[in-house]
Design a protein around this ligand. Structure first.
Ligand SMILES: Cc1ncc(COP(=O)(O)O)c(C=O)c1O
Length: 301
């Protein structure tokens, strides 16, 4: 690993594995555990670090000076990239979906303060740029520039995600993660043993495309996985009073913070599916907390 990246990783905290202590779960004889990747780092938390780590390493060793990527106005990915770029001495450019808001969101404002150059792109251009999936693919890329596709979803991301799976040192039946682009889930599917089932929970509405996107990212084909499309709560970044009440209750019961875009929706889904007897008594489920708690600011402001 590049010495600059080793220096940055030294500032990280361990991602612990904890069993959720809740009599409701005992009632269904299900063990639900969380892999607390949110604890890794206050900014480059959760799957952001897992997905960025090896791409950043690749960029540093390739001697590039600038990383360009894309995301929305609350993007955890761009936020983490901007911070990492500053820490590693790399220039960063963020292609942000939609018109420039009159007042920058807290996420965009952090990114700018960390030196990221923000370029606002129309929604149709954004959809177009999304198709460039490889680090050299973006048209007009100049020498010394490195392209990271949306969500950091490239093959190198899977290598970092595998590290989180390899850290799990208890036996388990099911491993769960929220899904945006599906890159995190693809990394998990590639890394688990054949006895483990993998469940992804889509944060977006009409996310049927994830099946093919994930299949195209997998290093080896596998059929031990599924994506649940039923718990999007109206679409990306949409919430309901019921979801918010679940999150508040979970946080007060367990002391574990959740955000309502990804991990909050997945945990709601798991509790609901457990109550519907979807899992066999005695099964142990591990849910990955993919971090992104900075995104909460948009909801509780
Ligand atoms: C906090 C959080 N969790 C989960 C995801 C979904 O990850 P992926 O895009 O790899 O499916 C994202 C988006 O990258 C995220 O920001």
């Amino acid at each position: 690993m590049h010495p600059e990246l080793i220096k940055l990783e030294k500032t990280f905290k361990p991602s612990i594995l904890t069993k959720i202590d809740d009599s409701l779960l005992d009632q269904y004889e299900i063990e639900l555990w969380m892999k607390r990747d949110d604890l890794l780092h206050p900014i480059i938390s959760g799957n952001k670090w897992r997905k960025l780590k090896h791409s950043l390493d690749d960029a540093l060793f390739s001697g590039v000076g600038t990383i360009i990527s894309m995301g929305g106005a609350y993007s955890n990915h761009l936020h983490a990239l901007a911070y990492a770029g500053k820490a590693l001495g790399l220039k960063t450019i963020g292609l942000v979906r939609g018109e420039q808001p009159q007042t920058l969101t807290p996420t965009l404002s952090d990114m700018q303060n960390w030196g990221m150059e923000l370029k606002f792109v129309s929604r149709s251009d954004y959809r177009h740029i999304r198709q460039y999936k490889g680090c050299h693919d973006l048209p007009g890329l100049k020498p010394g520039q490195y392209w990271l596709p949306e969500g950091g979803a490239q093959a190198l991301a899977l290598k970092g995600v595998a590290e989180l799976v390899n850290e799990i040192d208890v036996a388990y039946d099911i491993l769960c993660s929220p899904c945006g682009t599906g890159a995190t889930l693809a990394g998990i599917i590639d890394a688990v043993t054949a006895q483990v089932s993998v469940m992804g929970f889509a944060a977006l509405k009409s996310a049927g495309f994830l099946q093919a996107d994930i299949e195209s990212l997998l290093l080896q084909p596998s059929n031990n996985w599924q994506i649940n499309l039923d718990y999007h709560f109206g679409g990306f970044a949409k919430t309901t009073a019921e979801l918010m009440a679940f999150i508040a209750d979970f946080e007060s019961k367990t002391g574990t913070p959740l955000e309502p875009l990804y991990t909050g929706k997945m945990m709601y889904a798991l509790y609901d599916l457990i109550a519907k007897h979807t899992f066999k008594p005695g099964q142990r489920i591990i849910a990955i907390h993919t971090g992104g708690l900075q995104g909460k600011r948009g909801f509780y402001a």
